[in-house]
Design a protein around this ligand. Structure first.
Ligand code: GTR
Length: 405
């Protein structure tokens, strides 16, 4: 019979380790033509582009373009005396295609007022709107949002603690980039790239996760230009569906110096082949708009994937990456998340970086690893102060704090 922990999870999935099927992971260091990748140059010139193309065409969908030529931004609010003097606050409205009435994103940025130079900065999307991340009455309300929700997600965004530790923090609401609703291909940023007469992505074009990841890169375009932010030390992070997004953003855009996945699970850090908790078929059924349509061919057919999620982590190499899990979050398969981090190791080693350094899952509350880090905390699917402590500890170890590298 199922454990109490499994009973608290969505029904109809496997939560029994003994029922995980045997599987063989594709080797990140063997190219499609069978050549073994022996040098950093072969990785960079041949195998990395190959893997990036496979994830694009078969899972997240192809990202049709980078920064639109007409994109522009306006700093619509700025204060160097925010949060009782703790912070400098800026709110930046990014008009993705340049039009006033086109798709746009409000980026909220806090940096420590006491900082003497540009600071390493966390960048992550939020689920409920910028006004929910902290009870700062100056945060712009999204259309139709409720004053009463100000600061409602504060537990997930300990902005004051982050600033006191010397980091900046930037966030935007993911709905600004693409509303998280099924089959609404007419809204968000997708239409910017449609060809004449097109009204939805082609089968191998980006879904919502691809669009959100693209939005993170557009936020990065701004952060690189802001003098309070150290553009060489931007840490992209995300939780759950937005953790899948941070990994895909970090894989594609090498300007992100460090990538953090929190409880990202299926389609994020967890290995698909384990079929533990959420599966490819389940995620494609519940959230058909997240991935490209081409991903459906792997429903109940994981062994034919030419990659697994360890190769998504490998795309981040040799940059530092941190994978975080929660012990009760079986739906996201903590062990599968650990194993992805571990099996990305050969690529990190080839590039002269440290791998995870351990073979077994660590006990709870124990950060392990080198350039690849892994942590599991007690508790459920969430972002907690403990998670942020680990994010900051890892970022400090890998990128340093106040001084430039
Ligand atoms: C769940 C979904 C997960 C995860 C989560 C979230 O319903 O099955 O893959 O993305 O939502 O984003 O909170």
């Amino acid at each position: 019979s199922a454990s109490p922990r499994a009973e608290a999870q969505p029904a109809g999935a496997n939560y029994d380790e003994s029922k995980v099927p045997d599987y063989t992971l594709p080797d990140p260091l063997v190219a499609e033509d069978g050549t073994r990748v022996m040098s950093p140059e072969q990785w960079r010139d041949v195998r990395r582009p190959e893997i990036l193309r496979l994830f694009s065409e078969l899972m997240y969908g192809k990202t049709p373009g980078g920064r639109p030529e007409r994109m522009r931004w306006e700093v619509v609010d700025s204060s160097d005396d925010a949060l009782d003097g703790l912070a400098t606050r800026k709110q930046i409205r990014i008009f993705f295609d340049g039009r006033d009435d086109g798709p746009r994103m409000d980026l909220l940025l806090y940096t420590p007022a006491a900082a003497e130079g540009p600071v390493p900065t966390f960048l992550g999307l939020n689920f409920r709107g910028n006004h929910t991340v902290f009870p700062d009455p100056a945060i712009l309300l999204p259309d139709g949002a409720d004053e009463a929700d100000r600061g409602e997600r504060r537990g997930r965004w300990p902005i004051d603690v982050i600033l006191r530790n010397g980091f900046g923090v930037a966030t935007a609401w993911y709905f600004d980039i693409d509303p998280d609703v099924k089959d609404q291909w007419s809204d968000g940023v997708h239409p910017i790239f449609y060809a004449e007469g097109q009204d939805r992505p082609l089968p191998d074009e980006w879904g919502a996760i691809g669009a959100w990841a693209w939005g993170l890169s557009r936020a990065m375009d701004y952060l690189e230009a802001d003098e309070d932010v150290d553009g060489s030390r931007v840490i992209v992070l995300g939780h759950s569906r937005l953790g899948k997004t941070s990994l895909w953003a970090g894989a594609q855009d090498e300007r992100f110096a460090l990538v953090i996945s929190n409880d990202s699970g299926c389609g994020g850090a967890a290995l698909s082949r384990r079929r533990f908790g959420e599966t490819v078929e389940r995620i494609n059924t519940t959230f058909p708009h997240w991935f490209s349509d081409s991903f459906n061919q792997f429903n109940a057919n994981e062994d034919s994937l030419p990659f697994d999620q360890h190769m998504l982590i490998a795309l981040i190499a040799p940059r530092p990456v941190l994978v975080c899990s929660a012990e009760e979050d079986l739906w996201a398969d903590p062990r599968g998340e650990f194993l992805s981090a571990k099996h990305a190791g050969p690529v990190y080693r080839l590039l002269g970086a440290d791998d995870l350094g351990v073979d077994e899952m660590p006990p709870v509350n124990t950060l392990v690893g080198g350039t690849i880090g892994y942590h599991i905390r007690p508790g459920a699917h969430d972002v907690t102060l403990r998670d942020w402590d680990v994010f900051m500890e890892f970022a400090t170890l890998r990128l340093g704090r106040a001084a430039r590298r």
